[in-house]
Design a protein around this ligand. Structure first.
Ligand code: ZN
Length: 144
């Protein structure tokens, strides 16, 4: 990284600016827009992001990809982030604790709480069971 360049966001490319303009004027579909934007992953798209994610979630719901027993996410309650990816729903997730090596389930309900009430980042991966988490707490970051 070059010193002194940190604060400056990448310059929006003309292509991206034009695409966003067309999307807002509804001349471009969401899918076409995403296709263009993905070619410029560094471009900040700010207030457009929630739109994309909402649309993406709708697509996932409509296509019947949501597993039985999953909880549909409330995207507005998730911590703000700049990802194109959408955490559309929560489903029970099995994992092996890195502390005690036992298997646990991170339930959909617990995830909902984590992402929507605690405002955990959508990139969170669970690594420790509750006991190990509490034991490791004085260490460094137990959950990232
Ligand atoms: Zn454990």
């Amino acid at each position: 990284m070059i010193i002194g360049s940190m604060a400056r966001p990448p310059k929006p490319s003309r292509v991206v600016a034009k695409a966003i303009e067309q999307y807002k004027a509804q001349e471009l579909s969401y899918k076409e827009l995403i296709k263009i934007l993905k070619q410029y992953p560094d471009h900040p798209i700010g207030d457009l992001v929630p739109d994309y994610r909402r649309q993406q979630q709708q697509d996932i719901i409509n296509s019947g990809q949501v597993p039985k027993g999953a909880i549909i996410a409330n995207l507005d309650k998730q911590a703000p982030n700049n990802s194109y990816d959408c955490k559309a729903y929560y489903e029970d997730h099995e994992f092996r604790c890195e502390g005690c090596s036992q298997r646990f389930t991170w339930t959909a309900k617990e995830q909902q709480r984590w992402y929507e009430s605690v405002k955990g980042t959508i990139y969170t991966e669970i690594k420790f069971c509750r006991d190990c988490y509490l034991n490791h707490k004085s260490d460094k970051k137990p959950i990232q």
